[in-house]
Design a protein around this ligand. Sequence first.
Ligand SMILES: NC(=O)C1=CN([C@@H]2O[C@H](COP(=O)(O)OP(=O)(O)OC[C@H]3O[C@@H](n4cnc5c(N)ncnc54)[C@H](O)[C@@H]3O)[C@@H](O)[C@H]2O)C=CC1
Ligand SMILES: O=C(O)C(=O)COP(=O)(O)O
Length: 530
Amino acid sequence: MFKVLVSDPISDLGIQQLVEAADVTVDKKPGLSEDELVAIIGDYDALLVRSQTRVTPRIMEAGKKLKVVGRAGVGVDNIDLGAATQYGIIVINAPDGNTITTCEHTFAMIMAVARHIPQAYAKTVSGVWDRKSFLGVELRNKVLGVLGMGRIGSEVALRAKAFGMEILGYDPFMTEERAEKLGIKLASVDEIVRNADFMTVHTPLTAETRHMIGKKQFEVMKPGMRIVNCARGGIIDELALVEAVDNGIVAGAAFDVFEVEPPAADHPFLSHPKIIVTPHLGASTVEAQENVAIDVSEQVLHILRDEPFSNAVNMPPIPANLASQLQPYYALGEKLGNFIAQITDGPVQEITVGYSGELAEVDTQPLTRYIVKGVLSHHLGAENVNVVNSLHLAKERDVNIVINKSHAAKDFTNLVSVSLRTKKEERNAAGTLLTGYGPRIVQIDKFPVDVTPEGNLILISHNDKPGIIGRVGTLLGTNDVNIATMQVGRQLAGGSAIMVLTVDKGADKAILEQLVSLSDLNSAKEITLN
Ligand SMILES: NC(=O)C1=CN([C@@H]2O[C@H](COP(=O)(O)OP(=O)(O)OC[C@H]3O[C@@H](n4cnc5c(N)ncnc54)[C@H](O)[C@@H]3O)[C@@H](O)[C@H]2O)C=CC1
Ligand SMILES: O=C(O)C(=O)COP(=O)(O)O
């Protein structure tokens, strides 16, 4: 049974599929402190949050079973992504569900700041009928600067056009073609600051966007500018903004988000007559909350059930057609990696993965993650490595990963080979998928074999001499080890050879030692592939 913890207020209707899933139990505990979360997170397989819960490295470290953190919304700046990757926790978000809602809130803020609605409301309800103080401006024929033309920024631009505004958009990833399609003009931050009447920001908060609008921009800003931030606190320098409003450069500002949330009681925005605020309400509609909770619950279920999923933030996305092509190879890749790790002595220095045949034509990085997971699991423990952190853990340990691709796969449609180099030796195994039969190891070092990578195996290296197979069989039989299958591989008659046995139960160290003491038998290793 999977356990899911919901630590922020998330739509009940949205998480219904999780609550109703027979293999899931859901606990709702909003408002926990970091210490309280650390104390209980060890019981949970998934954590669902909005923007309040700060998912810190301490929480992830304590989340020994934690497989996924689901963000019911867009911004993941409250989740330590580096720590998530380190601990092998997938972080997913719900990027589409609140776009329109946040866009509409932005528009509410644009209109409110243009017409002083919150200030006028406050005065009216206080009993003062003041029509003079609240002279507004029209939106029609005004220039709106949009910084960040992603999902929300683009929707804001579309609606602004309906108000008769001219749009200047800035986004490093915006092409001329797309700008033309949206009916906007591309401009630099500087051009927007100097020419717009209204400005709205819709970027994430990054090192690059922090204080993107600060003292320098306010110095050259078109006087009378009105500014809206419904994206993230910190994109606009809050103190520089207050100064610009006081100097008469900025006519008004509307903020939904703050550098620190909630802002301190003495934050200058909270008492400024020209700055209006809402408490991070951008995504707070019934519809958006349902949408994001449905989206994130669906993906969390997929992840818990080991099914293909989307919207991972700390893993590159895998296009659906590539996912379906690679999926059948994941088990083979992981087992091949684990097999080679078990037969190679010494600490791993380099993993060389070879892809040939059709696999050489596609992006195989998702499959490489499984292979590296298989290798590292042997050394670091299966519970500590997964496809989220396998490449990261390899890099952290200075394990070099080399990928070779060759279009020709001799004898097979596709071949995956894995070589492991340690200080002591270099060994290699290759495998393929046999239609109708599943994964097979088809080569170990230079020896061709046909081994199903499953269960308990014994790998023996010996001299190709008459009677050796019988001696091995007798010894194992005497020790009550039943042989299910046996494969012998050699290059030349009478030369060196290998034997791969599938046995019903593992052979202990004493039996392996007895095997090695047989004449013409050089080494024996036990391999477990579950
Ligand atoms: N107030 C609220 O409740 C909500 C706030 N948000 C926030 O709104 C922001 C935008 O969300 P979406 O549109 O869904 O994200 P998005 O990822 O679709 O768009 C962000 C855009 O910013 C652009 N960008 C990145 N760096 C930039 C830079 N240096 N200069 C200009 N553009 C840059 C990106 O290219 C991208 O097109 C995010 O910060 C998100 O967290 C989202 C939903 C609700
Ligand atoms: O989706 C986002 O990025 C938001 O900022 C919404 O935050 P919330 O889920 O309302 O706490």
